[in-house]
Design a protein around this ligand. Structure first.
Ligand code: SAH
Ligand code: SF4
Length: 379
């Protein structure tokens, strides 16, 4: 209870534990059942602030707003693409750090229902330093708290987006593919996943959540115990250690054989299919030799390969593999018995790859960026 009155930012409602909330309510003479009511209200798609929780008495709503943060995000700049099907936000946090999240909507297609994917960040920046990634180039800022991770999902769940509808029923996915290496912030990421799962909050099923990692082996093993129903994606990007040492520098610590062994353990222990992510860079990792190496590592276990054409960062010495090259690569892999798909490249026009919009807005206030965007839209 006392920790709620300590210096520092007010606790975030998205990460407060129910016992502390109940204690705070009881100290104010409120019945303890209000804790569930407050949590349910804070996760309603129509609530933009405590003032909107009109099933609570007015003075209590005001007291909640004084004691807790409805969101840890203090400002957001959102831009749209793909005819409104994609929206990307740069969020500013209390201490001025900025992170990104992306909303992608997909229309119904054949047997596939309409669905929504929300891509969120786990760290401000990233220390892994992959040379093709804008986040890696910008360096590491700090770890995100569980509340800061959950609040990115709440940003899109709340007005005006209401992207999840009734989160418990929806066709949606939450992917940790924004800024940061989630397994370098494993405790807080695990806590955030549990908050997202909580039926008294958003109630998002673990099977709708994917953690993407550059290959932090101990973290992958912790997922087997701690998050066995969450999907695992491994950012592979190369099939030889020589090339992967350059593209994903953490490979010098955990080389391909160890990362794949951890992926196989995860698949064997959880019964879940593991995604292997592979950014295709023209003339670098799209060669027949790399394809043959990939066949070796991807075949014979429950894995699925996702190919993603590189979205070049400004000033990049690399470009994405052209369509014909991707096709050739896919054919060789399929002939080799690998299950493979080519991921669509959402939001290219808004620099939707990891960390790019953030880099573009560096040094500008989000308000200026928003006003400039409004001018462009109306002119
Ligand atoms: N750090 C984690 C998760 C965040 S990065 C990881 O690396 O897995 C999420 C995905 O975006 C990774 O697969 C990453 O390789 C990819 N990515 C980063 N920069 C990219 C770019 N310029 N073009 C295409 N994909 C990119
Ligand atoms: Fe970090 Fe992932 Fe970017 Fe590599 S690709 S620098 S691990 S965010």
């Amino acid at each position: 209870m006392t920790e709620l009155q300590l210096v520092g930012p007010r606790p975030a409602i998205s990460e407060i534990d129910p016992a502390s909330l109940a204690a705070w309510l009881t100290a104010r003479g409120e019945p303890a059942y209000r804790a569930t009511q407050v949590l349910a209200g804070a996760h309603r798609p129509d609530a933009a602030g405590f003032a909107d929780l009109t099933d609570l008495p007015g003075p209590l709503r005001a007291a909640l707003a004084d004691a807790f943060r409805f969101s840890t995000i203090v400002d957001s700049h959102v831009i749209g693409a793909d005819a409104g099907m994609t929206a990307k936000a740069v969020h500013e946090l209390e201490d001025g750090q900025r992170i990104e999240s992306v909303l992608m909507r997909y229309v119904a297609h054949g047997a596939m229902a309409e669905r929504t994917t929300i891509c969120i960040s786990s760290q401000a920046g990233c220390a892994v330093n992959c040379p093709f990634c804008a986040t890696g180039q910008a360096g590491f800022g700090r770890q995100l708290t569980p509340g800061e991770i959950v609040d990115q999902v709440l940003h899109w769940h709340r007005p005006p987006w209401n992207a999840l509808g009734d989160a418990k029923a929806g066709h949606y996915n939450i992917v940790f593919m924004g800024m940061g290496e989630p397994l370098n912030n494993a405790d807080r990421v695990f806590a955030a996943v549990r908050l997202l799962n909580d039926p008294d909050r958003l109630g998002i099923g673990a099977r709708h959540i994917t953690v993407s990692t550059s290959g932090v082996v101990p973290g992958m093993d912790r997922m087997i115990e701690g998050l066995p129903q969450v999907n695992l994606a491994i950012s592979l990007h190369a099939a030889s250690d020589e090339l992967r040492d350059e593209l994903v520098p953490i490979n010098r610590k955990w080389p391909i054989a160890e990362v794949i062994a951890a992926g196989r353990r995860f698949a064997a222990r959880t019964g879940r299919r593991v995604s292997l992510e592979y950014v295709m860079i023209d003339g670098l990792n799209d060669t027949p030799e790399q394809a043959d190496g990939l066949i070796e590592v991807a075949r014979g276990w429950r894995s699925h390969l996702n190919l993603i054409p590189l979205n070049p960062t400004p000033g990049s010495k690399w470009s994405g593999t052209p369509a014909a090259g991707i096709e050739r690569f896919v054919r060789r892999l399929r002939d080799g018995g690998v299950s493979v798909t080519v991921r669509d490249t959402r939001g290219r026009e808004i620099d939707a790859a990891c960390g790019q919009l953030h880099a573009q807005l560096s040094g500008r206030s989000l308000r200026d960026a928003r006003e400039a965007a409004a001018l462009t839209a109306t002119s």
